[in-house]
Write a protein that binds this ligand. Structure first.
Ligand code: PLP
Ligand code: COI
Length: 350
């Protein structure tokens, strides 16, 4: 079982999000001028008014995507247009201005080109890009700001979980929720993460790695993890594996990895059912799930070894990485690192 939680500082190696490349990309928005031309500048502290509205009312959204060193020596972003579109969805939900999709992708590509020599090339390594937008207008008025900053920073990373492909243990809080219908759960906004940190600390305090959130109404249906989507593996009547993942009902993030894995699984002949998963399906004696895993850009595919609820700890499968989780993770990495053809046009060479 894993012993090191997704620390930002691994004992050796790069860790996740602890180091930053030399450059960043910036653009500013005002109602009169719209977005300014992208600028590539040194990565340095931002000058910000203490009254910047993001600091007070939380207009702050972000994305996460990776640039991969490929087998042919090139560097490529993975599905950056999907991140750009989700960024605009988040912007709309938080009453922030949209950024043209091509500007978002260009900003990411420019950062990778500027800092190409800093893209790490060790096994499982990549350059994690963090595009974000914050409200910078100095005002204490409770209304959408009139000035915004868009930036992209880069962080050379190892795998998100310091000890790699080990099963993680998750904890389901019974008295906290991440998102409710009509809220901001489907937006990638800073506040969603802030609201989950206390539960994350409680999860870690009892020896788990991550929170597995349940729905707000009944505290019964699996939603997602703090920074990953959830998949279970069950069986078709024929005995073949069947993937199950909660539907995009507005309270979870529409993960790009989730969408990618559904397509990779289909190519492998594995169907995905998007349906609600009752937590009892994971924790009662007649467990129907033979495997479960979490997925996201930072983490790729991570098996879930056990689920802890107020009623106890339940081991899934044999508590170790399952066959389909392992296969999906390998297939995804092979496409990202250029060891398999890019049949679906997911690779964006910079
Ligand atoms: N759910 C949450 C809350 C996340 O923060 C993330 C990470 O981005 C995901 C799911 C997975 O999304 P993606 O696969 O696009 O990285
Ligand atoms: C990602 O997987 O890109 C995420 O944004 C998760 C993150 C909060 C570390």
């Amino acid at each position: 079982m894993s012993t090191v939680v997704n620390t930002s500082e691994a004992p050796t190696g790069l860790g996740f999000g602890a180091r930053f490349t030399a450059s960043m990309v910036l653009s500013r928005w005002t109602p009169g001028d719209g977005w300014s031309a992208l600028e590539v500048v040194p990565h340095r502290p931002l000058e910000l008014s203490p009254a910047a509205m993001a600091l007070h009312y939380g207009q702050a959204i972000f994305e996460g995507l990776k640039a991969f060193p490929r087998a042919d020596g090139s560097l490529a972003l993975f599905r950056p247009h999907a991140n750009a579109e989700r960024f605009n969805h988040s912007a709309e939900r938080l009453a922030m201005p949209a950024l043209p999709v091509e500007t978002f992708v260009d900003a990411c590509a420019r950062l990778v080109r500027a800092d190409a020599s800093e893209v790490p090339t060790g096994p499982g390594q990549s350059l994690y890009l963090r595009p974000f937008m914050i409200a910078v207008e100095p005002s204490l008025g409770v209304r959408p700001a009139q000035e915004y900053l868009f930036a992209v920073i880069g962080s050379p990373v190892d795998h998100f979980f310091a000890d790699g492909f080990e099963a993680i243990d998750v904890w389901c809080p019974s008295d906290q929720i991440r998102a409710a219908p009509g809220g901001t759960g489907a937006a990638k906004c800073a506040g969603n993460y802030a609201g989950g940190l206390a539960a994350k600390s409680l999860a870690v305090a009892q020896g788990c790695h991550e929170v597995l959130w349940l729905d707000a109404r009944e505290h019964r249906f699996v939603e997602e993890l703090g920074a990953m989507n959830f998949f279970g593996v069950t069986r078709e009547p024929s005995g073949a594996p069947l993937l199950v993942t909660p539907p995009l009902s507005g309270t979870i993030l529409a993960g790009n990895t989730r969408n990618t894995l559904i397509q990779i699984a289909a190519d492998l002949g594995v169907r995905t059912e998007q349906r609600h998963v009752d937590i009892a399906e994971l924790t009662t004696g007649d467990v129907r799930f033979v495997e479960a895993f979490a997925c996201g850009t930072a983490a790729s595919v991570v098996p879930i070894g056990s689920v802890t609820t107020a009623d106890g700890r339940y081991v899934l499968g044999d508590g170790r990485p399952g066959e389909l989780s392992t296969r999906l993770r390998e297939e995804l990495a092979a496409i990202q690192y250029g060891e398999r053809p890019d049949a679906r046009n997911w690779i964006h060479t910079v």
